[in-house]
Ligand binder design. Structure first.
Ligand code: SF4
Ligand code: SF4
Length: 164
């Protein structure tokens, strides 16, 4: 009698999650990511004080916006200047940091919220110390970083995040 041997198909499921890497040197921070599928008009890097959880991302400030080259190809890294950053969701537009900055690197936006020019910031940390609501911070390895694709309607889609 002929024995039928069922074919066994092995499906290898990769458990490796594509992720960002964050590193720092004297010139600032370098964020690198892996190649990804998808078509976007631009990319943004956001940071978060909480680790990435798919159901509740809590992503915050945009640290960088990245555009493709003339061939539509995105880079796989971005340099973040060694400068402090304002979280506009926390800023109460009190102007204290604007008045304290020794290099006049901080201005107020149309709502009076602080905006730091990374080209003028010398990363002295004074603004972060005087802010009454802890709205100013420096990108560091204790934060988490996420890469998002932005479509033509400005809708963001999470692509990759840093993993601790
Ligand atoms: S870190 Fe110093 S130089 Fe940079 S914005 Fe704040 S106060 Fe100004
Ligand atoms: S000190 Fe803080 S709250 Fe006040 S303007 Fe600056 S960032 Fe905003």
């Amino acid at each position: 009698m002929k024995t039928l041997i069922p074919a066994v198909i092995l499906v290898l499921v990769s458990t490796v999650t594509a992720s960002l890497t964050f590193s720092q040197d004297a010139g600032g921070s370098m964020i690198q990511w892996e190649q990804f599928e998808g078509s976007f008009g631009s990319l943004v890097i956001r940071c978060s004080e909480t680790s990435y959880v798919s159901e509740d991302p809590e992503w915050g400030v945009v640290l960088a916006t990245i555009y493709p080259d003339s061939n539509g190809v995105f880079p796989t890294s971005v340099q973040i200047p060694a400068a402090f950053v304002v979280d506009p969701d926390k800023c109460i537009a009190c102007s204290i940091c604007i008045n304290q900055c020794p290099t006049d690197a901080i201005t107020g936006d149309i709502d009076g919220k602080a905006v730091i020019d990374p080209g003028l910031c010398i990363a002295c940390g004074i603004c972060s110390n005087v802010c009454p609501v802890d709205a100013i911070f420096a990108p560091s390895s204790v934060l988490h970083y996420g890469l998002f694709g932005v479509d033509d309607e400005g809708i963001e889609e999470f692509i990759q995040g840093s993993v601790q």
